[in-house]
Design a binder for this molecule. Structure first.
Ligand code: AMP
Length: 191
């Protein structure tokens, strides 16, 4: 299996690159943000629980998100591999991901950390907000999400760095240029 963790601040291009990777390498794309938004749209009990948290730009609980992801991994037991987009976002989640994969005799193959300069992140997210309909793509919540990323999520990079799995890729470029770097890193990890 090829298991890729997509890392980076909100607006760094994780979703866009994940979709391109999914097609090229035939992997299952698991976006925890998409899974949560689908729950909100369905009006499920879980959706109701997380809606306020997401619109404030905070993180939902580790317990809840780990359980959701575990369900998705089990559902795709026959996959070639996974792209984890937006997960892990905390140290606890990173440890849980290793445990979940180990249960299936698997591990993280590579972690791709996309970086974009902060003013550009805000610009891209505001642009996306004009069409995304996302409750969290407004200036106040964008700022909060970037702070949460810097404080709670960015430190998780160290965990992967220590395992030798971190590949840093600048996305202050075009989608195509970034994808070329992404493919290079993935192909090297596969070789
Ligand atoms: P995203 O689509 O990845 O930007 O996620 C949107 C929102 O969903 C985040 O701001 C969080 O509120 C929540 N969320 C998504 N993934 C996670 C996660 N792994 N842990 C905690 N909260 C998450």
């Amino acid at each position: 299996m090829l298991n890729i963790v997509m890392f980076g601040a909100p607006g760094a291009g994780k979703g866009t690159q994940s979709e391109l990777i999914e097609k090229r390498y035939n992997l299952i794309h698991l976006s925890t943000g998409d899974i949560l938004r689908a729950e909100i749209k369905n009006g499920s009990e879980l959706g109701k629980q997380v809606e306020a948290v997401i619109s404030k730009g905070q993180l939902v609980s580790d317990e809840l998100i780990i359980a959701l992801l575990e369900q998705e991994i089990s559902r795709h037991a026959d996959a070639n591999g996974f792209i984890f987009d937006g997960f892990p976002r905390t140290q606890v989640q990173a440890g849980a991901l290793d445990e979940m994969l180990a249960k299936h005799g698997e591990k993280v193959s590579i972690m791709l950390a996309l970086s974009v300069e902060e003013n550009e992140l805000i610009k891209r997210l505001l642009n996306r907000g004009a069409t995304s309909g996302r409750a969290d793509d407004n200036l106040e919540t964008i700022r909060k999400r970037i702070t949460v990323y810097n404080e709670q999520t960015a430190p998780v990079m160290k965990y992967y760095e220590q395992k030798g799995l971190l590949r840093a890729i600048s996305n202050d470029t075009t989608v195509e240029e970034c994808f070329a770097q992404v493919c290079k890193a993935i192909d090297a990890a596969k070789a």
